[in-house]
Write a protein that binds this ligand. Structure first.
Ligand code: BG6
Length: 474
């Protein structure tokens, strides 16, 4: 079904996100005939608009150039929108997309509110789509909420975490709740531990200035990792709808243990990359990247041991790690199962046998792998691990669609299921903030170093070794 007739207003339409993600997603949706029948795009920004950005999208395009803090910008926007309603038939429906730096979210939302553009349900809808980061800690996230809720109802706020737009992330729910065979083993009795990895081979590129303020914990763990963890560990919802899923995610996040400074010291490892070799090329260290302070203390890698304190997961460690400039790009969730109670094979013949594991391959090689033991053909009873694989392209004949296609379409269609609700954001900050606070105490929490192109610092290996575990080799 196509979304209702509407105008998509893109704040920051000349920016990187609009160019790299939004315009290609809209083009693709247009080709598939999934854009609203009567549809227009209004770009808004401070700079000259590059006419090429939205040129490939099948929709009338208007550009409003202006300062985000000026009432005149919103007045002009209002006039353009009214004209489009009349000429194109966009029926006073608007989706406002904030592809702008977070510092100006509240300015823009306030501007829309004051100009009366946030809408009145009687004549059309007005939704706002907000990119991450949503706040930089719990307090600022709450302050932003206050400001947003003064203008938009929570139901009209679509907070993006683009990981939820990924097919493989949504498939965590299908795998868990469309199959009877996994349910009985999806708990502390059978799962020994869980590993979540979000590894990137890229560095910070031109985003050094932004990244200096963020770091790996805010940039990836607070949002993407905790979302994936919540979907992996939450209880089954009664139905796969926006309330069912989001209620369960919040419940799960509430069960994630908040760490004391001593626990942070014991369960969190942070690190920063030095120069090294990535995919055969020599790359600079983080401190030499553009926009980065030469004595920067920002972490580009973080590994944590999290506990989920509820009946299903008590005692099962959730190890998560993420980093830039690791050897390759790979995101996965691996459930490692308990060992058999007694191995009836000779030790010498079972060296190649690892624990059972179910690996949800989120990207780039999308699929699912089950690891189990098999007999090696031959006279002796040798056993070792083997894999059963499901691959998206083999199964469906194509790679999964880009996350932004799905998310844009859902926002325009008014389906908030794959967007982050305010209480989820708060819970995520509740988990992450004590770590950030502990790190403020100099000296107690070393910033380890790793060479670009390696799998992070030795301390991260020790974090698991202490429990008798090892990171999966990827
Ligand atoms: C973004 C982060 O949210 O996710 C980036 O800000 C990161 O630093 C990106 O590179 C990773 O996304 P993906 O889809 O490539 O895993």
């Amino acid at each position: 079904m196509r979304p209702e007739n509407q105008v998509l207003v893109v704040f920051g339409s000349s920016g990187d996100l609009a160019r790299r993600k939004l315009a290609p997603a809209l083009e693709e949706l247009g080709e598939q005939g999934r854009l609203p029948e009567r549809f227009a795009i209004v770009g808004l920004g401070r700079a000259e608009m590059d006419p090429e950005v939205f040129a490939g999208v099948d929709a009338p395009f208007h550009y409003v150039r202006g300062d985000y803090g000026e009432a005149s910008t919103y007045k002009e926007l209002g006039e353009v929108l009214a004209k489009l309603d009349e000429e194109v038939g966009t029926a006073a429906n608007r989706t406002f997309y904030l592809a702008i730096p977070p510092q100006i979210f509240s300015v823009v939302v306030g501007g829309l509110g004051e100009a009366g553009l946030a809408g009145d349900p009687a004549d059309g809808f007005a939704r706002v789509v907000v990119e991450k980061p949503y706040g930089h800690d719990l307090e600022s996230a709450k302050a932003l909420d206050e400001c947003v809720h003064a203008v938009f109802g929570e139901n009209d706020v679509y907070r993006i975490d683009h990981y939820l737009g990924k097919e493989t992330v949504q498939n965590v729910l299908a795998l868990r709740f469309a199959n009877a065979i996994f349910e009985p083993i999806w708990n502390r009795r059978f799962v020994d531990h869980v590993q979540i990895t979000v590894a990137e081979s890229v560095g910070v590129g031109h985003r050094g200035g932004f990244y200096e303020e963020a770091g790996a914990l805010r940039d990836i763990v607070q949002n993407h990792v905790l979302q994936v963890l919540a979907l992996t560990a939450m209880e089954p919802p009664a139905s796969i709808d926006s309330q069912g899923i989001r209620d369960e995610k919040v419940k799960l996040l509430r069960a994630v243990d908040v760490m004391s400074p001593e626990e942070v010291a014991a369960n969190v490892v942070r690190a920063q990359y030095d120069e090294g070799l990535v995919e055969g090329s020599k790359v600079a260290g983080y401190r030499s990247e553009e926009g980065v302070a030469p004595d920067s203390e920002t972490e580009t890698y973080v590994a944590l041991r999290l506990s989920v304190d509820n009946w299903r997961w008590a005692g099962v460690p959730f190890y998560v790690r993420t980093g830039k400039r690791l050897p390759r790009r790979v995101t996965e969730v691996a459930l490692q199962f308990t060992r058999v109670p007694h191995l009836p094979f000779a030790a010498a013949l079972s060296r190649g046998l690892g624990p059972n594991a179910l690996v949800l391959r989120i990207q780039p090689d999308e699929g699912i792998t089950l690891r189990f033991g098999v007999k090696v053909p031959g006279q002796s009873f040798e056993v070792r691990s083997a894999s059963m694989d499901m691959d998206y392209d083999e199964e469906f004949g194509s790679e999964p669609a880009e996350a932004y296609e799905r998310l844009l379409l859902d926002a325009m269609a008014g389906d908030p299921t794959l967007f982050i609700r305010s209480d989820e954001v708060h819970q995520a900050w509740r988990i992450v903030e004590p770590v950030l606070d502990a790190w403020q105490v100099k000296g107690d929490f070393p910033l380890c170093r790793y060479s670009a192109g390696t799998w992070g610092p030795r301390d991260a290996d020790l974090l698991l070794a202490r429990d008798g575990h090892r990171w999966r080799e990827l």
